[in-house]
Design a protein around this ligand. Structure first.
Ligand code: SF4
Length: 124
């Protein structure tokens, strides 16, 4: 069982517009992201439903931000989610994590908490 702070956060999934090249959706052979959970942003960009609004929250995020959370499509999430520089990745702090947490009233994570090895919310 991981003790990653990401599993008790989820703020990143409820702060930013999560957009990506539309060809990542499963309407395209080889695509992974469930198309039914996306919406079109531009002719070439899609985003996760729920993230293109003033108070974003990805439709795939389960649980309560700041409580126990998980990504219901973890293995099929977009490159944007996979490449998000989460706090502690490679021993680096993440200003985006801290900003997202602050927007949700969560305290900042300790600087450079444990180095590499933390993961974003995982599917159960
Ligand atoms: S990691 Fe999962 S819940 Fe979070 S934004 Fe990506 S698809 Fe949504």
């Amino acid at each position: 069982m991981s003790d990653s702070p990401c599993l008790n956060c989820g703020a990143c999934c409820a702060t930013f517009r999560v957009s990506f090249y539309w060809g990542e959706s499963d309407e395209v052979p080889g695509g992974l992201v469930p198309q039914r959970l996306t919406e079109q942003v531009t002719p070439h960009l899609s985003c996760m439903q729920g993230t293109n609004q003033p108070s974003p929250r990805c439709v795939a995020l389960m649980g309560e931000v700041g409580g126990g959370v998980r990504c219901s499509i973890y293995e099929k999430r977009s490159s944007t989610c996979r490449e998000f520089p989460f706090h502690g990745e490679d021993g680096q702090d993440s200003p985006d994590c801290q900003r997202a947490r602050a927007l949700h009233g969560l305290p900042p994570l300790p600087s450079n908490p444990r180095g590499p090895g933390q993961e974003p919310p995982v599917a159960a």
